[in-house]
Design a protein around this ligand. Structure first.
Ligand SMILES: NC(=O)C1=CN([C@@H]2O[C@H](COP(=O)(O)OP(=O)(O)OC[C@H]3O[C@@H](n4cnc5c(N)ncnc54)[C@H](OP(=O)(O)O)[C@@H]3O)[C@@H](O)[C@H]2O)C=CC1
Ligand SMILES: N[C@@H](CC=O)C(=O)O
Length: 383
């Protein structure tokens, strides 16, 4: 698990009879929307596990007053810290059956997913770096589910909860081979190319998408195609394909200087996107085409896989040109959907839909009977 194995591990007591509790990592856009949705559902009478604690990179709050909104406020006001230490590392121990929600974009946190699962702690994540990055880490997560008997809720990682991953898993469980997945998998890039008019600078639109909470905390992760690569890896692995990050050819939109810049300099360098994107749009317009940022993998029966991510100029009546706003639009071809693919479309970014997907997974896990919530023989989902 890379650099995380040396950190002190919270002890996990085996107390299967106690009700599960929630722990939340990340108090940003998605974490905040998650807390707000928990409050709204509780007020509507939906039973939810209580919070054991909430945390961000700066502090941990045990939520002793049982008012998560206040804990959120305290955490957001916590002073900055130096160094790689994370407050939750020394937190009150999570127990077998508890549910850890990862609403961070942290590689360090993702490196812990397998560890928690192996200890019987369920992990529900919007963070794609668990099963959408290194193949060994994704495989360890599958093994840890099997060994620890805990569930991995990853609905929020692709399409912000759209029934994409679920559909692929159900097709595979039903005996289908997945032949191809192709589509607009980025909500922010979908929004950008739905709105970019070639008049106002592209960088203005990027700032709007960032301020609306559609982009990753660092918008270069979207603009470089990295976010789509991660989603493609998650989908391919759900389809049973052992795809490595380097197996995906990625065309980045980010000029070299912007790619190399420190985080604080990113905003000032966004205008370096403007001229190249204006030219791409003008050329597409001359050709009667539309720009769409597309991710695709195709797998043949012999195990060969082609996977790529990049900006394409598509005929205006192309199936992937449909949709609006932050819509994802994704075609899945399989044994049964050979001639006409199964198409899933809907909002693929935004804090509210993402938080709803996280909470759906939490509710699904919390409602499982105790014995199937944490048996040593429960079936793993994922890669
Ligand atoms: N926005 C969207 O539409 C979607 C987002 N996602 C995913 O949701 C995740 C969160 O996105 P978003 O809310 O926009 O991001 P934000 O930047 O708004 O929030 C990230 C949070 O993670 C916290 N964090 C960072 N490192 C650590 C750490 N080591 N331990 C604990 N907490 C940490 C940050 O803490 P601090 O405040 O101290 O910096 C911050 O509170 C990302 O992984 C993203 O890919 C998934 C689907 C859709
Ligand atoms: N930044 C992502 C958010 C959801 O995963 C996107 O643009 O789709």
């Amino acid at each position: 698990m890379n650099n995380v194995v040396s950190l002190p591990l919270p002890a996990t007591a085996a107390r299967p009879a106690t009700p599960p509790r929630l722990a939340l990592l990340g108090t940003g856009n998605v974490g905040g929307a998650f807390v707000a949705r928990c409050d709204a559902l509780r007020a509507a009478g939906v039973p939810l596990p209580a919070f054991a604690w909430l945390s961000n990179s700066r502090a941990l709050d045990p939520c002793s007053d049982h008012i998560p909104e206040r804990a959120l406020e305290r955490l957001r006001a916590a002073p900055a810290r130096q160094g790689p230490w994370s407050p939750w590392v020394e937190a009150e121990a999570l127990r077998r059956g508890d549910i850890l929600v990862d609403a961070s974009a942290s590689d360090l946190v993702a490196g812990w997913h397998g560890e928690w699962l192996a200890r019987g702690i369920h992990v529900v994540t919007a963070n794609k770096l668990g099963n959408g990055a290194d193949l060994l880490r994704a495989q360890a997560i599958v093994r840890a589910q099997r060994d620890g008997g805990a569930r991995y809720g990853d609905s929020a990682t692709v399409g912000a909860g759209l029934p994409l991953l679920r559909s692929i898993r159900e097709l595979v469980a039903g005996g289908d081979r997945i032949h191809a997945v192709e589509g607009v998998l980025s909500g922010s890039l979908g929004w950008l190319f739905n709105h970019y008019d070639g008049e106002r600078p592209f960088s203005d639109f990027v700032r709007e998408a960032r301020d609306a909470g559609y982009t990753e905390p660092d918008p270069r992760i979207d603009l470089s195609g990295e976010d789509v690569r991660r989603k493609l890896l998650i989908l391919a692995r759900a389809a049973g394909l052992s795809l490595h990050p380097d197996d995906v050819r990625v065309e980045s939109l980010v000029p070299e200087a912007l790619a190399r810049a420190d985080a604080v300099a990113v905003d000032g360098l966004l205008p370096s996107l403007d001229v190249p994107l204006r030219e791409r749009r003008r050329q597409a317009e001359r050709d009667g085409a539309r720009l769409r940022f597309v991710g695709r993998f195709e797998a043949d029966a012999a195990g060969g896989i082609v996977a790529d991510v990049g900006l394409r100029a598509l005929p205006a009546d192309h199936a992937l040109c449909g949709g609006s706003g932050t819509d994802n639009r994704v075609a899945i071809s399989s044994d049964r959907y050979r001639e006409q693919p199964l198409v899933v479309q809907g909002p693929g970014a935004g804090a509210e839909v993402t938080a709803a997907a996280l909470l759906d997974d939490v509710i699904r896990i919390a409602r499982l009977p105790q014995e199937s919530r944490a048996p040593s023989s429960s079936k793993p989902s994922g890669a």
